[in-house]
Design a protein around this ligand. Structure first.
Ligand SMILES: C[S@@+](CC[C@H](N)C(=O)[O-])C[C@H]1O[C@@H](n2cnc3c(N)ncnc32)[C@H](O)[C@@H]1O
Length: 501
């Protein structure tokens, strides 16, 4: 019998199998008003019926079938092909809209079969976080990683959801941390061979810098220019400056650009950067505006390192956004209210209508608004503006009530040559120096998601004011982080003083 003809009832712990045979093989007779070739003689069918082992579909009618209880069978160990767990359905509550999401039941089987409670389960390609969510529910510890920011964001929301559910059910749950581990894609454009002579090193560094600029300008669809000190490209009447590969765009960097603009009467500029110095916005934009310069700051997305995405013109340089927050005080407690989030997305929506296939829809950014375009089976295109309000751009926001309480520490490799002190000039260096590690502070702090509100598939509402949190008296920095509907995050830090002794 093919697997398709077997139905499994997990609630009642039986599966149902057919009792019909084949014409020419099994005798045809009438049983319960049904004339068919039956696999069993009539008296056996009556006996099965008297023991309630015949299954009649609850909707009535149809062909009876036989119930086989799992605990009465020896069973066979599970084989390498698992067909009994259906994939995640787009209407299912567990659906996170992550294309490669696996069903929970599948991960449950794998985790239960291969670990015990309290063990650590790891999924280094965690995607939407199914493995981690199931591991948490099955009381395992877990570690997840993924190189996609959308994956990490989806996983974060999912894990908070699981924690909240476990808390509601009075069950224990694990706290977790999200860490940013390096900028591996960018590394290729930074390091040079340390064993080269100084001149060679410089040459290699220059070549890498050029490669990096070409890559960014190509992805941004800009043309290279060489007559400027601070600009490397131009696009649609605007000059383009590319920020450093391994550092944030600083105030000094922008001030040099403003200086060149003033000297050469340049008025329209795009600055592309991986990160921007904290506190740079919005003041620097206003400053430039008063000097008649229209500055647009855009994030260089990680997908610039993905050749296929660049070739398919899928790389979007999102504009930076700003958050406004207002602290509220009550005795020695603070709450934070999100009062504004402005974003000026200006993705080029040209051609989106034509490239859309029939019966499909796509969300794009057009003239600063998020628009859903759909094409029906006759090729007729309709548009629905999804962003009516500033809050519609927000998917998640969180508050850290004491931002500078946790320094970001990284372990770095440190070479140590034990012979260095005693070695005489001209003596050979030890072939291999010892390798040790040291912990250094990056100068940044870890954002701790102490309170958060976010939208889920089921619940689209968002709270705009946090709970009140007790804080010891004195000065402190509060940070709020917003993750927008495209997965980009923006942070705002405010300094407050909590009264009291
Ligand atoms: C098939 S999905 C993961 C599904 C997930 N394990 C589950 O069980 O539902 C693959 C994930 O691997 C991530 N990925 C691909 N290459 C990676 C790498 N080198 N390091 C970390 N994550 C990577 C992708 O971003 C994607 O989210």
């Amino acid at each position: 019998m093919s697997a398709k003809n077997i139905k499994i009832d997990y609630i009642h712990h039986f599966k149902i199998v057919g009792v019909l045979g084949h014409v020419g093989v099994n005798p045809i007779y009438e049983w319960k008003g049904i004339s068919k070739p039956w696999r069993y003689p009539k008296h056996r069918l009556n006996e099965l019926e008297s023991k309630s082992l015949i299954y009649w579909s609850p909707s009535g009618g149809g062909i009876p079938r036989l119930k086989r209880f799992f605990d009465e069978q020896k069973g066979v160990p599970i084989q390498s092909l698992w067909e009994d767990i259906p994939p995640v359905n787009s209407q299912a509550l567990e659906d996170t809209k992550y294309a490669t999401q696996k069903p929970k039941a599948l991960l449950e089987r794998i985790i239960k079969a291969s670990s015990n409670e309290g063990d650590i389960v790891a999924d280094f390609f965690c995607g939407s976080g199914t493995t981690l969510a199931v591991a948490e529910k099955l009381n395992r510890k877990w570690i997840g990683s993924d190189l996609g920011k959308f994956a990490i964001h989806t996983t974060r929301k999912r894990m908070i959801g699981v924690q909240r559910q476990l808390k509601k059910e009075n069950k224990s749950w694990h706290a977790f941390e999200i860490l940013n581990l390096g900028r591996y894609e960018r590394q290729h454009y930074i390091g040079v061979n340390p064993n080269l002579r100084e001149q060679e090193k410089q040459k290699q560094l220059e070549a890498k810098k050029k490669d990096f600029l070409n890559l960014i300008l190509h992805a941004y669809r800009a043309e290279a220019v060489s007559q400027f000190k601070t600009f490397q490209g131009k696009k649609g009447g605007r000059l383009v400056a590319v920020g450093p590969v391994n550092l944030p765009v600083t105030r000094l960097f922008v001030e040099e650009i403003i200086l060149e603009c003033r000297q050469k009467h340049i008025t329209r500029v795009d600055i592309l950067g991986f990160e921007f110095e904290m506190g740079l916005f919005p003041n620097i934009l206003d400053e430039a505006k008063t000097k008649g310069i229209d500055l647009a700051m855009k994030y260089i997305p990680r997908d610039v390192f993905d050749k296929r995405a660049v070739e398919k013109n899928q790389v979007v340089f999102h504009d930076v956004s700003f958050i406004e927050i207002k602290p509220h005080f009550k005795k020695n407690s603070i709450a934070v209210e999100l009062t504004d989030f402005s974003v000026f997305y200006s993705q080029d929506a040209k051609g989106a209508d034509e490239s859309l296939k029939k019966n499909k829809s796509k969300v794009i950014v057009d003239k600063g608004q998020v628009v859903k375009i759909s094409k029906d089976k006759n090729g007729i295109v309709s548009r629905e503006v999804l962003t009516q309000n500033w809050t519609d751009w927000i998917d998640y926001w969180a508050v850290d009530f004491d931002f500078e309480s946790k320094r970001e520490i990284v372990r770095v490799r440190k070479e140590w040559d034990p012979d260095e002190q005693t070695r005489l000039p001209g003596m050979e260096k030890l072939q291999k120096s010892l390798e040790t590690w040291e912990e250094v502070w990056t100068g940044d702090y870890v954002f701790e998601n102490e309170w958060q509100s976010f939208r889920t598939k089921k619940d689209r509402s968002l709270e705009l004011k946090s709970v009140f949190r007790k804080c010891p008296p004195g000065r402190r920095k509060i940070a709020a982080k917003v993750v927008d509907i495209f997965g980009n995050d923006t942070m705002k830090i405010v300094e407050v003083t909590v009264e009291g002794k």
